[in-house]
Design a protein around this ligand. Sequence first.
Ligand code: G3P
Length: 219
Amino acid sequence: MKFFIDTANLDEIKEAYDLGVLDGVTTNPSLMAKEGISGEENIRNHYKTICGIVDDKVSAEVIATDFDGIVKEGKALAKIDDKIVVKVPMIKEGIKAIKYFHSEGIRTNCTLVFSAGQAILAAKAGATYLSPFIGRLDDIAFDGLELISQIVHIYQNYGFETEILAASLRHTMHLVKCAEIGADVVTCPLKVITGLLNHPLTDKGLAQFLADHAKANKG
Ligand code: G3P
């Protein structure tokens, strides 16, 4: 399972990369705005900087919602760096654009996915990645993880090559459950990745080991 970090914050990206387990980055317009990044030039430069930090895929989202606009913006984003994956919303014009990008060899991440039907459509169009939002489904009392299971099952039935990129993860259990279910990728905030380190018995056990070592080696 690949780990992507879901942020546009450079310090968090560097911290996750330094851990040695990061496979990529996903961003969205809200995350870029949160970092105060605005204007075409600044946005482009920020993506360049992110691509300079990580070894692999960086999802950059289009703002346009019409086919021509999505294609124009997506092509410009893809030219920034080979690592860029064009993130396209799950709308009619988006699906047409994903199909077009697929024929042009441009990688895509179909975002804002909340149903199995949308997942089938994106795979048919040739999306490289599919981003179902688990946490936002949970927020409205639907089972986000159940959707991931459903999509894994459907994609296996037909050998769809689209990778399931579980998004909108809120805690480490989401991540562990995604691994059990068989999501190809998870994208999550830094705290979810570093949260995997934590177990009270690890802390207690290490403290005991160090104390015993110190006792046996004193003087
Ligand atoms: O980037 C897409 C997704 O991961 C958003 O997550 O926490 O805003 O629902 P969240």
